[in-house]
Design a protein around this ligand. Structure first.
Ligand SMILES: Nc1ncnc2c1ncn2[C@@H]1O[C@H](COP(=O)(O)OP(=O)(O)O)[C@@H](O)[C@H]1O
Ligand SMILES: [Mg+2]
Length: 364
């Protein structure tokens, strides 16, 4: 019998997507093959504490964190595995072969956690430090896409300071990008938080002030009349793209409410596209993935402009929603890879990447 893989499943976290993460983790924990994995669930509380227990997910969902075991992972590779706090000292809690961060947004998807996992010298699912960070920052991401000649809607990047110092001048710069509607986004959030679709200057000014509350940097871009097409990408050196899917938002755009609070939005899998369009968007998805040096997985989101038929890259999510009804796993299911086999592949890719990292020479 093969030795079981000690797999830490991390969920919760300090971002606004804490609750979304719990939903994703519920599906992941339910689908992991127990004959293959020794699963170690660890929740990260909103204040950043790491708390472990075989039933940590239920405890987090119920908001009852007392009684869970405080644990930590150390950046010192001579002290491997999870450690448990006992008063002011540490003792071993569990060995760790790989970590599956089922965390969305800040401190989970943005490269910070990935940095800790690199320091700890452990295999982990998904993109590395750079891929995560570039995927998270909508401003830098666009700059990288542009450098690769990949298609983007016109945009401008502003700083919070600019908005605070002279909002009218900032609005002038935005209006020079394209006619209304304009989309205003904080560079670093997800789940549509802090995003405004501005139809005129007053909405633009309000949107700039709103976005400035959420980030130091703000992206403003041309609003497209477009269909929303998403592609799932999987792999390390040889990434492959799933069939495309389409989101039909029930509201004017795919807002936080549309994503999580009502069920007016529809997923079409596969997206009703021509064979040429399907091939084009799959190729683009892989090009985006490679451009940010992604690994493991990512969902690449496009806006297909109705009038021109042009695919514009909207954004990439390196830790996409992972519930059994989420787009990323559903796209793989439609492409012939069932949910629990997808998890196996992601863990195998994490281990492959770790072996690759171990083979890199660091001295002369
Ligand atoms: N340039 C745009 N033109 C038209 N719709 C857009 C544009 N940018 C964003 N949207 C709409 O807003 C939603 C959220 O924007 P997105 O950039 O995907 O942010 P998030 O990271 O919060 O998902 C998109 O799913 C889409 O419905
Ligand atoms: Mg999005």
């Amino acid at each position: 019998m093969r030795k079981k893989i000690h797999l830490v499943v991390l969920f919760g976290g300090r971002s606004g997507e804490h609750e979304v993460s719990l939903m994703s983790a519920r599906s992941v924990l339910a689908a992991l093959k127990r004959e293959r994995y020794e699963v170690i669930p660890v929740g990260i509380a909103k204040d950043g504490r790491w708390l472990a227990s075989p039933n940590a997910l239920e405890a987090f969902a119920a908001g009852r964190l007392e009684g869970l075991t405080p644990v930590t992972l150390l950046p010192d590779p001579s002290r491997r595995g999870l450690w448990q706090w006992e008063g002011e000292s540490l003792k071993p809690y569990a060995p760790v072969d790989a970590v599956f961060p089922v965390l969305h947004g800040t401190f989970g998807e943005d490269g910070t956690l990935q940095g800790l996992l690199e320091m700890a010298d452990v295999a982990y699912v998904g993109a590395g430090v750079v891929g995560s960070a570039v995927g998270m920052d909508k401003g830098i991401f666009k700059d990288v896409m542009r450098a690769h000649g990949l298609p983007l809607a016109e945009y401008v990047l502003l700083s919070r300071r600019e908005v605070e110092a002279d909002a009218e001048a900032a609005a002038d710069r935005c209006e020079a990008v394209a006619p209304y509607p304009l989309f205003v986004k904080p560079a670093n959030l997800g789940s549509s938080v802090g995003i405004t679709k501005a139809h005129h200057r007053a909405e633009l000014l309000a949107g700039l002030h709103l976005a400035a509350r959420y980030d130091r940097r703000i992206v403003v871009e041309r609003g497209l009349d477009a269909r929303e097409i998403e592609v799932a990408v999987l792999g390390n050196a040889e990434p492959r793209a799933s069939l495309p899917g389409e989101i039909v938002p029930g509201e004017e755009f795919y807002s936080y409410e549309a994503k999580y609070e009502d069920d007016t939005s529809q997923l079409l899998i596969p997206a009703p596209l021509s064979a040429e369009q399907t091939a084009r968007v799959r190729d683009l998805a892989v090009a985006v993935y490679r451009a940010i040096d992604c690994a493991g997985m990512a969902r690449v989101d496009f806006l297909l402009e109705r009038e021109s038929g042009v695919f514009y890259i909207n954004e990439v999510n390196t830790l996409p929603g992972f519930t059994h009804i989420s787009m990323y796993p559903k796209l793989w299911e439609a492409t012939g890879l069932p949910y629990s086999d997808l998890l196996d592949e992601l863990v195998a890719l994490a281990q492959e990447r770790k072996r690759e990292r171990d083979s890199i020479r660091r001295e002369r």
